[in-house]
Design a protein around this ligand. Structure first.
Ligand SMILES: [Mn+2]
Length: 224
């Protein structure tokens, strides 16, 4: 699987202020938060993530359909998420969608750190009317995306449906997870993509959950 990244810009360092204001969070101790600010000639993106959240979000990317999908991801993953993006939408939505996926991956990486104590694997199947989508994740440190979803239509409203693949590829490459998306059936691309983001939220919620039985990281190799 290609792991090509666009080499422009690069990630800004996480803002220490966002960590400093972290309040006491999960039962395990310190709250797991990530904050990313990233600026290139094409886009400006900021992401604030609380892994141990309640599913509240404020998403403004300029791409309404992506906002809708990230709100669903936040809600069903119980992640608190603030995303602000401005991009060269006069070119098209590609740079913005991809860079938001990349920044979200970086925010998770920032929040999870060494991945100590997490369950690592997660899976969810989510229906929406006629559509059924399965998502399986392994926060393995090995980036690999299998994306088996044919939306059948190029657009939902003004959103280019092929950009879901680009969003997920950027997310996978930054967070270095193994992600399998299988659309088991579906007719309406809005339903299929929406079920994908809900399932991704649920699978990521499981995989990032802390399990008190896990000592160190859940790997015989000792590192994730
Ligand atoms: Mn919808």
């Amino acid at each position: 699987m290609a792991t090509a990244r666009r080499g422009k810009g690069g990630a800004a360092a996480p803002r220490p202020a966002a960590r400093a204001k972290a309040k006491a969070g999960p039962a395990s101790g310190s709250a797991r938060r990530g904050a990313i600010a990233r600026k290139t000639h094409e886009t400006t993106v900021s992401v604030e993530l609380s892994v141990d959240g309640r599913g509240t979000s404020r998403i403004r990317t300029g791409v309404a359909f992506l906002d809708h999908m990230l709100e669903l991801f936040s809600k069903h993953g119980f992640f608190d998420l603030v995303v602000e993006a401005t991009g060269d939408l006069e070119v098209d939505q590609h740079h913005t969608v991809e860079d938001v996926g990349l920044s979200l991956g970086q925010a998770f990486r920032d929040a999870l750190g060494s991945k100590t104590g997490i369950r690592r694997f997660g899976q969810a199947s989510v229906p929406l009317d006629e559509a059924l989508v399965s998502v399986v994740v392994d926060l393995s440190g090995r980036p690999y995306l299998v994306y088996e979803l044919d939306p059948g239509r190029e657009r939902v409203g003004n959103f280019d449906t092929s950009l879901v693949h680009d969003f997920l590829l950027a997310f996978v490459n930054e967070l270095k997870l193994n992600l399998h998306v299988d659309c088991i059936r579906g007719r309406n691309p809005h339903h299929m993509i929406e079920a994908t983001f809900k399932a991704l939220g649920r699978a990521m919620d499981q995989a990032t959950a802390l399990d008190p039985r896990v000592r160190g990281v859940l790997s015989t190799k000792g590192v994730l």
